[in-house]
Write a protein that binds this ligand. Sequence first.
Ligand code: HMG
Ligand code: MG
Length: 297
Amino acid sequence: MSDFVRIVEVGPRDGLQNEPAMVATADKIELVDRLSATGLRSIEATSFVSPKWVPQLADAAEVMAGIQRRPGVAYPVLVPNEQGYERARAAGADEVAVFTAASEAFNRRNTNASIDESIERFAPVLARARQDGVRVRGYVSTVLGCPYQGAVPLADVVRVARRLHDLGCYEVSLGDTIGVGTPRQARDMLLAVAAEVPMAALAVHFHDTWGQAVANVAACVEAGVRVADSAVAGTGGCPYAKGASGNVASEDLVYMLHGMGIDTGIELEALADTGRWLAAKLGRATGSKVGRALAAA
Ligand code: HMG
Ligand code: MG
């Protein structure tokens, strides 16, 4: 098994979509550029959802126009539908991410559609992306619990993940949107999906609401996954998921993985500096324990 884990940095998208205050476009651009210099290979740069639904990321096109793209780094952007795909392409995106959920109740709150309807909306995105040579990542939310529905049957997670993979998503990210899962549940969920979708096409995406996120990633890496999403400074959350809090902090993940003897290609100090820089812009301390420990050392 490979001893490399690819981290998908989602701070500029998942992190900033949930900030109560507007972050200046220039700061968003600087954030992506700083992250690009840390050795990250994938940085989700912004989101082309409806600006009425997520006003925090209404400047997505300006962000894409301002960032410096490094060779070897992918800059996926979130899109919910064909309109989002067209905006993303006009802004120069060459990788996109589509999203749905394993819970009907959550998906309706987040996209005003059933799971089937949301997939119908982005099916044309996958078709056009194939023609355009654009890579598509897929997200399944609420894989370990839903704030509206409660428990989410494993069979629903497996079915939706498999559909996204069958539709042509090169990678399916399994999201514990509200951060309620614990390591054994996380591992069992991953292994159930991996029985239908190749492990090499799976990623995990943990929020840290109940303090389980780092442990959950460890359990999933031990079970074989080699891609994990995280957000610098532990920012993030979905505005349409009641009680959701930050993503697992990228700094904490990198420290843990390096400690496990797993390479990420990322320079921890540079990442932690970026996390503290971002936290200062947001007017608070970094949400990364490793970022704080490094500053105090
Ligand atoms: P709707 O209101 O049902 O859509 O929203 P509509 O098609 O009826 O359109 C309504 C208006 O929005 C129209 O404008 C459209 O043009 C416009 P109007 O005629 O009223 O002036 N519109 C758009 N504008 C710009 N870009 C677009 C776009 N689409 C429509 N792409 C919709 C449906 C899906 C658009 C909406 O519900 C939406 O944008 N939802 C996104 C919510 C969101 O971003 N949530 C957070 C991301 S998901 C997440 O965080 C979870 C994740 O991190 C994984 C995890 O943690 O589990 C990925
Ligand atoms: Mg998320």
